[in-house]
Design a protein. Structure first.
Length: 673
């Protein structure tokens, strides 16, 4: 098989410098010892009895054979960066799944995806690629997930780290299953790694796994109050891995720093194409362990609609990754923090190099086997502007054919998203072969766009879609609005946390919503009466609680709440239909009832029905899955003068049931012109 390994690229780059052709420069800044990969020692593979070791002079990576568990990472004089747990609990792929065999047992089964066969795909001086496979056959019924698994590990010359990707295949005719979660995990040595970095602002000294065991479990097992941590400065803080979640489109680099000797351990996920649920699906990053993850797919912040359901022998195959496990160091007397800056730089290099040209599976297409889609998105909303608006910075993406907005629940294929520029022009590149729908949404505009035609990508295709026009939900002029339509509740009032339940990291950061226990602050902010919002007087940044939660009555009792919006209509158009546009940023086991001027109206004027299982309130997400409802209100239900809309979240009993609003708008009857 032909390949252009790192060495080949380096030579090409060298030749191109003279003619100043702009080519993405692929280098590894962390390899301070040998910044030039051409001068780096060749890669070397040692095959032992039950292990195999990849060595490029910068790092040695040991894997068990044929299982393909990462058992050792030797770097910078440290024998093993990984915890010396049993060999299946150091660096590994895993899935959570359920089968319908026996029926009704869809619960969480766990599989470490241990290989049963090991092969060397390539070994030359510039690259090693290893494959650990397991092939399902029906005589294994009941022993593990019925998928064919191929876990790949790649080491490149000059790269301080290694890549991993996995190919999962459900054969035609295979048993019915659900797969809830798939990821690659590394458990780091805790005496080395205490400082975690998830973004420029979200970095801190972390508690240990033992600190959590010595702590007090709060309302769910992931949230622990550190009552007796080994580092006394952390006493009284809350630790919860969900406080370190991130939207997938930003979840590209995170990890841990060891200060002595200075070593960074980074998970770089260079593309979002293989994740599920689109660019603003949230997932975990790194957390106490010390653990670092690349979550390929999960039901987090979405619920079971993101489970991969394979039924009726449906054939399915998907490549997850490659991701890069990147290591860096600097000299011992330097501050360790520049390692984060270097990791970010490496992340950009990896992102710009996507799709990689070195993975050897034929299931991973190269750039020239992929396609490009371009166009421009405009918005027509005559009540905002008579002219077409440009869809500035719109999210535009390709995902499996489906209904408007279906991408946020899509979980079997690949998705390719980009953000339009400040005039709505977009370019989506590196798109795999296939049949897609094109979807979009625009911050500031309600709803979801879908292009009418299917977009068919073949190798090398360049599809120019030209100008596309999104006509968002709109019936009449805006009478008033609350919030801004951006699929998030972040602009609303987020209370300060209970001072005994702080994560100090978020005390001075804008994402206060990641603090624990905010659901219980509702009863403190509104002790006597539920929230009332008076249009023209109230301000949504200070007077609209970020989540419509249940009221804590103490004694573990939570009761539904009814919020009121009071507004004045100066002159009712009494033959018209008014429209209440309701965009919801998250719902968890909730039901929102809408009543107009009649607090006890039964049945309610409108109900969403029982919706949502995204658990974003408990997990400190400021959004989950997006919902949009249009509620018509006939003029006969309104009066000239003061009117009230009652919003009741009717499902009580739990602090975590509720909704987050994205945006609410009342529109008058259509204007004729
Ligand atoms: C990798 O292993 C070889 C042989 O045991 C050793 O000489 C070398 O120092 C190791 N490299 C690192 C980075 O630890
Ligand atoms: C099916 O799996 C069983 C158990 O692992 C193995 O012994 C057998 O050889 C496999 N059959 C085929 C056709 O691969
Ligand atoms: C798997 O085993 C169960 C019993 O444990 C049996 O009912 C089922 O038919 C088997 N499925 C296949 C595909 O062999
Ligand atoms: C694309 O998918 C849609 C929906 O499944 C289907 O109707 C259409 O025929 C497909 N087009 C191609 C070219 O496969
Ligand atoms: C708390 O709930 C328990 C069980 O429902 C009940 O027995 C007890 O009286 C309640 N206490 C208060 C103060 O409401």
């Amino acid at each position: 098989m032909k390949r252009a390994g790192w060495f080949g690229v380096a030579v090409q780059l060298f030749l191109l410098v003279e003619s100043s052709v702009k080519t993405p420069v692929r280098r590894f800044p962390g390899s301070i010892d040998s910044p030039d990969p051409i001068l780096s020692p060749p890669v070397h593979l040692r095959i032992l009895d039950q292990h195999v070791i990849m060595d490029n002079g910068l790092v040695n990576v040991t894997l068990s054979t044929p299982q393909g568990m990462v058992t050792g990472i030797q770097y910078n004089g440290i024998d093993n960066l990984l915890q010396l747990n049993r060999e299946t609990n150091r660096g590994y792929w895993d899935v959570v799944w359920g089968s319908l065999d026996p029926p009704g047992n869809l619960g969480g089964k766990y599989d470490l995806l241990e290989g049963t066969s090991f092969s060397v795909v390539l070994e030359d001086e510039n690259q090693i690629e290893l494959s650990f496979t397991r092939t399902w056959n029906s005589s294994q019924n009941g022993t593990g997930i019925p998928l064919n698994i191929d876990k790949r590990f790649i080491m490149l010359r000059g790269c301080p780290g290694f890549y991993s990707y996995g190919i999962f295949e459900h054969e035609e005719g295979g048993p019915d299953i659900n797969i809830y979660q798939g990821r690659i995990v590394f458990k780091l040595e805790e005496t080395l790694f205490q400082y975690m970095a998830v973004s420029d602002e979200r970095q801190r000294i972390m508690p240990t796994a033992g600190d959590r065991q010595n702590g007090l479990v709060l309302d769910y097992p992931e949230a622990v109050l550190l009552t007796n941590p080994s580092n006394p400065e952390l006493r009284g803080e809350v630790d919860d891995k969900y406080q370190y979640s991130c939207d997938d489109n930003n979840n590209r680099v995170h990890g841990w720093i060891c200060s002595n000797p200075p070593v960074g351990f980074w998970m770089i996920t260079p593309s979002d194409e293989f994740r599920t649920g689109g660019p603003v699906k949230q997932d975990l990053t790194s957390h106490v362990g010390p653990t670092t993850l690349s979550m390929f797919f999960s039901t987090h912040y979405a619920g079971e609609s993101l489970a991969i359901e394979l039924r009726d022998g449906e054939p399915w195959k998907k490549v997850f990754g490659p991701v890069l496990i990147y290591l860096n160091t600097n000299s011992p007397d330097e501050d360790a923090l520049p390692l984060w800056e270097d990791a970010k730089e490496q992340m950009l290099i990896e992102t710009q190099s996507w799709p990689y040209d070195f993975p050897l599976s034929e299931d991973f297409p190269r750039t020239d086997q992929r396609g490009i889609v371009t166009g421009r998105l405009l918005v027509r909303d005559r009540y905002i502007n008579k002219e077409l608006l440009t869809a500035n910075f719109a999210f535009v993406g390709l995902a499996a054919p489906g209904d408007v907005g279906s991408w946020q629940r899509e979980n079997k294929g690949y998705q390719f998203w980009t953000q339009a520029d400040n005039e709505g022009y977009f370019l989506i590149k590196g798109v795999r072969n296939g049949n897609y729908s094109l979807y979009a949404w625009v911050a500031g505009i309600i709803g979801d766009y879908k292009y009418d035609a299917y977009v068919n990508i073949t190798p090398g295709s360049r599809i120019r879609l030209g100008v596309l026009v999104y006509e968002p939900p709109r019936e009449g002029p805006t009478l008033w609005e609350i919030g801004s339509p951006d699929r998030s509740a972040a602009e609303f009032y987020v209370p300060d946390p209970n001072p005994t339940l702080l994560n100090q990291l978020y005390v001075n950061l804008p994402d206060k919503f990641r603090q624990y226990g905010l659901w219980d602050r509702y009863a403190d902010v509104y002790p006597d009466e539920d929230l009332t919002y008076t249009v023209g007087i109230s301000n949504y940044q200070t007077d609209w609680f970020f989540a419509h939660v249940n009221r804590n009555l103490g004694n573990k009792t939570y009761e539904p709440t009814t919020w009121r919006i009071i507004f004045v209509l100066d002159n009712l158009i009494d033959t018209g239909t008014y429209t209440f546009q309701l965009a919801i940023a998250s719902a968890h086991e909730a039901e929102l009832e809408v009543r107009i001027n009649e607090a006890d109206e039964m049945p309610p004027h409108f109900t969403t029905g029982f919706i949502g299982k995204d658990n974003a309130i408990a997990r400190h997400g400021i959004h989950g899955l997006y919902w949009w409802f249009k509620v018509e209100i006939s003029a006969s239900q309104l009066v000239t003068g003061s009117n009230t809309i009652y919003l009741t979240q009717s499902r009580g009993s739990s602090p975590f049931k509720g909704i987050m609003y994205d945006y609410i708008r009342l529109e008058g009857p259509p204007e004729t012109d």
